[in-house]
Design a protein around this ligand. Structure first.
Ligand code: CMP
Length: 226
């Protein structure tokens, strides 16, 4: 394990560096191949994880396909919900490309967190952030037309993976399929594809080496506002 990489990753999600460095001592890292699940919804919880490299999808599977709840980028902490509420895993976590995760065992985490309550504050913060994001997407589903929902999802992805590339343009530096985008928006792929094509014609977005580039973030923000 590379301790520096691990502490940087965790610190990225807001955990104070000195706590991250202590937590490192109880972590085990492992690779996850593309398409393979770290765990499945319904599994018992035995600890939480941090994503060190790669990218993960948080998904719920149903009979008619899957709903992508979120994409996780390096630095994200996940698997904390079931750890703290004692219920089974609330969603499946699947690698969208070769990834590496750090695992923090339940017993060691609780012992450490009991001695360092800042860890609990930090976890609460993460859960709160997720609840806000879920509320926003719930509200968007009932209050925004499809274009607004696609805009909101694209802006969310730019928060996670965006790089400013001049003139306020934002390159979403993560390969996102139209199927994933549609699963995040909760709409048919063909309809999402139509919105994206319209935006390309209107100059709101472009494609650069397979990545989406938001050419006009203000236009997308206006479409996404409720
Ligand atoms: P847990 O329930 O242990 O296992 C699935 C994990 O997915 C969950 O913890 C969270 O870490 C993560 N998760 C669940 N729902 C969301 C969401 N809406 N957005 C981002 N992450 C989520």
């Amino acid at each position: 394990m590379n301790p520096q990489l691990l502490s940087q990753s965790i610190a990225l999600d807001g955990l104070p560096t000195e706590l991250a460095e202590e937590l490192i001592k109880v972590a085990r890292t492992r690779p996850v191949k593309a398409g393979v699940a770290v765990f499945e919804a319904g599994d018992p919880a035995d600890g939480f994880y941090a994503l060190l490299e790669g990218s993960l999808r948080v998904i719920l599977r149903g009979e008619d396909g899957e709903q992508v709840l979120a994409l996780l980028s390096p630095g994200a902490i996940f698997g904390e919900m079931a750890l703290f509420d004692g219920e089974p895993r609330s969603a499946s976590i699947v690698a969208s490309k070769p990834s590496r995760v750090a695992f923090f065992d339940k017993g060691a985490v609780f012992r450490f967190a009991d001695d360092n309550p800042a860890v609990y504050r930090h976890m609460l913060c993460i859960v709160g952030r997720r609840l806000r994001a879920s509320n926003a997407s719930l509200a968007a589903r009932s209050l925004l037309p499809l274009t607004g929902r696609v805009a909101q999802t694209m802006l969310h992805l730019s928060d996670l993976f965006g790089k400013t590339v001049g003139n306020e343009r934002i390159l979403v530096h993560h390969k996102i399929s139209q199927a994933d985008l549609a699963a995040m928006v909760g709409a048919a792929r063909e309809n999402v594809s139509r919105v994206l094509n319209d935006w390309k014609r209107e100059g709101h977005i472009s494609r650069i080496s397979g990545y989406y580039c938001i050419e006009d973030p203000a236009a997308l923000r206006a479409l996404a506002s409720i």
